[in-house]
Design a protein around this ligand. Structure first.
Ligand SMILES: [Zn+2]
Ligand SMILES: [Zn+2]
Length: 85
């Protein structure tokens, strides 16, 4: 039998280390992790801040108004990041 040798979840990679992922963020469902440890680490680092945005992206195409709002919010966040270093 020839199955081509492709892994079942070949496209799912850990956000942190790139290993085959077995876990997925239950909130946004677009980010994958190899284990709970890396999921927690990424959550602390950045994912907590982007998870809700990813969840929006995941859904049905957002209205234009929302995109504009996100753009403005993005600029504000950038300023904040600069100030806090
Ligand atoms: Zn990992
Ligand atoms: Zn998430």
């Amino acid at each position: 039998m020839n199955r081509g040798g492709a892994a079942v979840t070949s496209t799912m990679r850990c956000e942190l280390c790139g290993a085959a992922a077995r876990r997925r963020c239950g909130r946004c469902r677009v980010t994958f992790y190899c284990d709970a440890e890396h999921q927690a680490a990424d959550w602390e680092a950045i994912h907590e801040k982007v998870c809700t945005r990813l969840a929006v992206v995941r859904g049905p195409s957002p209205p234009e108004a929302l995109q504009v709002h996100q753009d403005a919010h993005r600029a504000q966040t950038r300023l904040r990041l600069v100030r806090t270093g």
